[in-house]
Design a protein around this ligand. Structure first.
Ligand code: ADP
Ligand code: MG
Length: 169
């Protein structure tokens, strides 16, 4: 069965609860099995605004097509109150689920670009991904650890902290 990586994020409402609910929803979706979920992180908004984000990454196995998996993600976002204010890019959100990778498929379709076109410059994706898939290789062949080092150097403004296990309980 193909493996896919989904990045979860939220910074409005109850972000921790929203991420937990999204994982439950993914688990409850026909054709999707959640294999692992990273620890939750709190991160400063990157090219966005509002309160700090809570972010995590999930590894799933799926029989769905990449496009069907994206639809599942978008429906889960909607079920948790996601609104997309017109004309506002990277608006604060109650829940965001992005498909980071689908079995190494490469696609430049704007509806579903794979791997996710900005993952390599976002610590909030790379750091939790390294927790659950340390052997992961970037599209350019670089290791995830090398990429994290580079991004930390280039973007010292990107803050990321582990959420205490207490707040996840
Ligand atoms: P953000 O880019 O901040 O996550 P949205 O969640 O509103 O913003 O997504 C904007 C558009 O990005 C969606 O309409 C979706 O079709 C498109 N998109 C392209 N590639 C991907 C991907 N890999 N994962 C999720 N959405 C994607
Ligand atoms: Mg999104």
């Amino acid at each position: 069965m193909p493996n896919a990586i989904i990045a979860l994020g939220a910074n409005l409402g109850e972000p921790i609860e929203a991420l937990k609910a999204a994982v439950v929803d993914l688990e409850g979706t026909d054709g999707v099995a959640v294999k692992s979920v990273s620890p939750f992180y709190t991160t400063s908004p990157v090219e966005s605004s509002g309160p700090d984000y809570v972010n995590a990454v999930a590894l799933v196995e799926t029989t769905l097509t990449p496009m069907a998996l994206l639809k599942v993600c978008q429906n889960i976002e909607l079920a948790h109150g996601r609104v997309r204010p017109q004309g506002v890019i990277n608006a604060p959100r109650t829940l965001d689920l992005d498909v980071i990778d689908y079995e190494g498929v490469i696609s430049d379709d704007p509806v579903l670009t794979l791997p996710h076109p900005r993952m390599h410059e976002r610590l909030f994706v790379l750091v939790p991904l390294a927790d659950i898939c340390p052997e992961w290789q970037m599209k350019n062949g670089q290791s995830i650890e090398e990429t994290i080092k580079k991004v930390k150097k280039m973007h010292p403004d990107q803050k990321i902290f582990t959420l205490s296990s207490k707040s996840m309980a």
